[in-house]
Design a binder for this molecule. Structure first.
Ligand SMILES: [Zn+2]
Length: 255
């Protein structure tokens, strides 16, 4: 699977677009979260309004879903016809419907079919060639981290695992879905300070070691400390024994 890191910033950072990624398997393009600045990143990566098959929203905060009306609006203008799946919790579904009603003309008015697929803590679903698993984190809003397994395809590839935290600290249940991930994109706010609802880099290092994560991609640093935190993480990498990357927007990684 390939990951395009669309945005690697926190909610209000003018330098780094909102935390969002595009995951490409053989048959599926899945966009993870959709803050308002993430949408522009998608169109910088591709002009293809039909590329994205599904959108997954981790939680109800604006930097993770307020880009949806702009995403759907551009698809409407460019006459997308292909169905779009939106995968999210019941709470987020209600938020998206309200948001679309306020923004333009309602969720049913984009000229293509939008199919909601419900995500829940502990649930597994299959979408095309992907198996998706969800586990809650300890964020200030109800947030579901996601594990994406692409199905075995023998020698042609497959059998890779991409995970994404959304926002929030992990607990035992969250950690389970990160086990043996080929890449884990994890939010992080400060290097070693623990801020309510977010995670310190040093704690992610330890968890990634416990769960045998093969590559850890850290993003979402608090904007005022972004440069400082990135520097501290870089200095710490050799002592962690982990492969850790600090992706810039629109960089890619193949798992
Ligand atoms: Zn949040």
């Amino acid at each position: 699977m390939k990951v395009i890191f669309l945005g690697t910033g926190e909610a209000f950072d003018e330098r780094y677009p909102n935390h969002s990624h595009l995951v490409l398997s053989e048959n599926t393009a899945l966009m993870l979260d959709c803050g308002d600045s993430a949408v522009r990143q998608l169109w910088k990566y591709t002009q293809d309004h039909s590329l994205v098959d599904a959108l997954y929203i981790t939680h109800r905060h604006s930097d993770h879903l307020f880009g949806i009306p702009a995403l759907l609006g551009r698809m409407l203008e460019e006459e997308r016809k292909k169905d779009l799946a939106i995968i999210c919790s019941e709470q987020v579904k209600a938020d998206i419907e309200r948001l679309c009603q306020h923004a333009y003309f309602g969720i049913d008015s984009y000229g293509f079919k939008i199919n909601f697929i419900m995500a829940e803590d502990g649930k597994e679903i299959q979408f095309n060639d992907l198996k998706l698993s969800f586990a809650k984190t300890g964020h200030t809003a109800y947030n579901l981290a996601i594990r994406i397994d692409d199905l075995p395809r023998g020698k042609a590839g497959g059998n890779k695992v991409v995970c994404y935290s959304g926002d929030g600290p992990f607990d035992e249940g969250t950690e389970k879905i990160y086990k043996n991930a080929d890449i884990l994109m994890h939010e992080c706010y400060m290097f070693d300070q623990r801020i309510k609802g977010h995670v310190a880099a040093v704690d992610v290092f330890e968890m990634a070691k416990r769960q045998n994560v093969k590559c850890l991609a850290l993003a979402h640093f608090k904007r005022a400390f972004n440069d400082e935190t990135r520097k501290k993480v870089k200095e710490a990498i050799p002592s962690t024994g982990l492969k850790i990357i600090l992706p810039n927007p629109l960089e890619e990684y193949t798992a």
